[in-house]
Design a protein around this ligand. Structure first.
Ligand SMILES: Nc1ncnc2c1ncn2[C@@H]1O[C@H](COP(=O)(O)OP(=O)(O)OP(=O)(O)O)[C@@H](O)[C@H]1O
Ligand SMILES: [Mg+2]
Length: 289
């Protein structure tokens, strides 16, 4: 279990500590229920500009629901999600809170990009067409401008040569990179990733993590739900462990991966390392994401 904690981390100073700005995302006492079940039970978090936050936790603990609330793909019942200082999902009128209009929601979340486990590309469009689509329909760019930007984004993810390929002719890793290019084309201020590599064959995971690492190096603010502990250890400024709808532990990767005082986290990490026994041999043997 210590192997990963000894791996290098980028977390020497967090972005929050260095830039002194208001957080890009601020979540206070976020609560969400599906029917009788309260899935998010009072989540508080902050993500600073250029910060990379990795979210880990058991299946069903609320990780996807949390990300979906941040992207306004899910409504929330209580608490507040603020993006660059603006309340998402609700408006405050005369001291009362009312649901915001769809137009207002779209405005507040316009700088939030999201990448899903399933890439959700349009099968009838080429890679280039997939990246151009929202630029044409949502941003109303000219075709030339949309093509120019889409090509640049495909280049960013190492797929400049695949613009004419349809998704069926691309590997899973390439499809996910197109999905990342599509999100980046909208010039987001933050990227949310929900298990972006867990639908991939193991040998394709690295190429997607590599793109995400480069994004982090370029200063993109990111929240990443992941089971890739090596990635979290190397790239995250902050790791959050969610358990039963609450953030049970958060801190720098070294702190969190060393935190054996929290029984659920200890059990979660132990299960992870039992499944990935080769990690136990030490960091020299750890695959580079
Ligand atoms: N649309 C929905 N309707 C009803 N229940 C839901 C819905 N979406 C999620 N849930 C429930 O909310 C809980 C949290 O789900 P969520 O998908 O956020 O978990 P997760 O941490 O992302 O899990 P996993 O690691 O398996 O992806 C689960 O019990 C799930 O069954
Ligand atoms: Mg999930």
């Amino acid at each position: 279990m210590n192997a990963i904690a000894d791996m290098p981390s980028s977390a020497s100073t967090t972005a929050a500590a260095t830039n002194g700005q208001a957080p890009l995302i601020e979540v206070r006492d976020l609560r969400k229920r599906f029917g009788d079940v309260e899935v998010l039970r009072g989540v508080d978090l902050e993500i600073a500009r250029s910060e990379v936050v990795c979210i880990i936790g058991p299946s069903g603990s609320g990780k996807s629901t949390l990300l979906r609330c941040l992207a306004a793909l899910e409504t929330y019942d209580q608490g507040a999600v603020r993006i660059e200082g603006e309340l998402l999902g609700y408006s405050e009128r005369n001291g009362k809170r009312v649901r915001a209009s769809q137009g207002e929601i779209n405005r507040v979340r316009r700088n939030v990009g999201m990448v899903f486990q399933q890439f959700n590309l349009w099968p009838h469009m080429t890679a280039l067409g997939n990246v151009m689509e929202a630029l044409l329909r949502v941003r109303h760019l000219s075709r030339d401008e949309a093509r120019r930007r889409a090509n640049a984004m495909l280049d960013t993810v190492g797929l400049a040569h695949k613009g004419d390929a349809y998704p069926a002719k691309l590997s899973g890793g390439q499809q996910q990179r197109v999905a990342i290019a599509r999100a980046l084309a909208m010039e987001p201020h933050i990227m949310l990733f929900d298990e972006p590599t867990s639908a991939l064959d193991p040998e394709l995971v690295g190429e997607v993590l590599q793109v995400m690492k480069q994004l982090a190096r370029d200063g993109m603010t990111m929240a990443v739900v992941t089971h890739e502990m090596g990635f979290a250890a190397q790239v995250a400024d902050k790791v959050m462990f969610i358990d039963q709808g609450r953030i049970a532990v958060q801190g720098a990767p070294r702190e969190v991966f060393h935190d054996t005082g929290q029984p659920r986290l200890r059990q979660f990490l132990q299960n992870y390392f039992d499944r990935n026994a080769f990690w136990a041999r030490g960091p020299d043997d750890a695959p580079t994401p």
